[in-house]
Design a protein around this ligand. Structure first.
Ligand code: FPP
Length: 236
């Protein structure tokens, strides 16, 4: 049995973003990749604020994939340090702006200090009911599906649409209606493979450090004009 068709609406309930192009932004200016990543954090900050102001219910940001562990060790270490510092700096602002932050992905490989920062900001913002911010760290769409199937097997339930949906890392949220990928690449890169089944896909050339509230507005306007059919025929 296919899942019931979701309600179509002009406003996305969930916006997911593959933030790409930090390295190229820096390379184009002859600057270190680390600078591109630091400005990538500023862009993430702008977009979280803009999404919150526009009453987007759920925003997901793909910050570190399972494949990113294959980057040079130095860059991985720098990113882990940057994530920890960002969480420490932003935690209180997220709390006071009614943003609830949660992480999806496999945390095991991250240092205990970063895992503690992640748990800290999750519990600090747990009572917030404004923007639900999901940050994918150590995440992979294939991992998410395998993990859900493993949980279903352990729980002794049949593996079907419902049992897997309930066990995915995004189980508490609607699937993304709109996916934005910056940086001019036209691929999903193992992000939310199950959840993106019916998402509208928007690919933009803008490199992530340049992405701002206007770019988000353009994506929301574009989304509002899409005709979503979920496998059915268009209404007369
Ligand atoms: C994208 O550019 C880089 C990443 C997805 C990793 C780090 C992300 C950030 C620093 C944004 C911070 C977000 C939060 C929520 C902490 P790339 O390195 O893949 O760029 P390239 O394709 O140009 O090399």
């Amino acid at each position: 049995m296919p899942a019931p068709a979701p309600e179509a609406s002009t406003k996305p309930r969930h916006v997911a973003i593959i933030m790409d192009g930090n390295g190229r932004w820096a390379a184009a200016r002859g600057r270190p990749r680390a600078l591109g990543h630091r400005l990538g954090v500023q862009a993430a900050r702008r977009v979280v604020r803009a999404a919150s102001e526009r009453d987007v219910p759920v925003l997901s940001l793909f910050a570190f994939s399972q494949e990113n562990w294959r980057r040079p060790e130095r860059e991985v270490r720098m990113l882990i340090h940057l994530f920890g510092r960002t969480l420490r700096r932003e935690a209180e602002g997220l709390r006071s702006n009614n943003v609830r932050m949660r992480f999806i992905g496999s945390r095991e490989a991250f240092p205990a200090s970063l895992r503690r920062e992640m748990e800290g900001v999750e519990s600090l913002t747990a009572g917030n009911n404004g923007l639900q911010l999901l940050v994918a760290l150590g995440y992979g769409g294939q991992w998410d599906i395998c993990h859900a199937a493993e949980c279903a097997r352990r729980d002794g339930v049949p593996i079907d649409h419902e049992s897997l949906s309930e066990r995915l890392s995004t189980a508490d949220f609607p699937p993304p209606d709109l996916l934005i990928r910056t940086g001019g690449e036209y691929r999903i890169s193992n992000f939310m493979l199950w959840q993106l089944a019916y998402a509208e896909l928007r690919f933009v050339e803008t490199l992530w450090p340049d992405f701002d509230a206007d770019d988000l507005d353009q994506a929301l306007t574009w989304y509002a004009q899409r005709q979503r059919r979920f496998g059915m025929v268009a209404e007369a």
